[in-house]
Design a protein around this ligand. Sequence first.
Ligand SMILES: [Zn+2]
Length: 86
Amino acid sequence: MRARFLPAAPVTCEACDADAFAILSTTTDPSTGATHVRLRCGACGLWQIRDLDAKTAARFREHLDATQRQIARVLAAMLRAAANDA
Ligand SMILES: [Zn+2]
């Protein structure tokens, strides 16, 4: 499978610089568009709280969506390969 590279992550872990997070909660200020995010790093487990401006929050959501699509593609390829080997 040809590798697809994502743009640089708009948010990375404060401790280990990873860009894989589990999101506990988000709240958005409707007047400013700023988003308050509580998340946990998928690599080192550090809980973090981030306040993102509207532009960064949008890029963060896009990056998470792209990462999820990339994971789904890899898993689908692995399942196809396993089925062909069976
Ligand atoms: Zn981390």
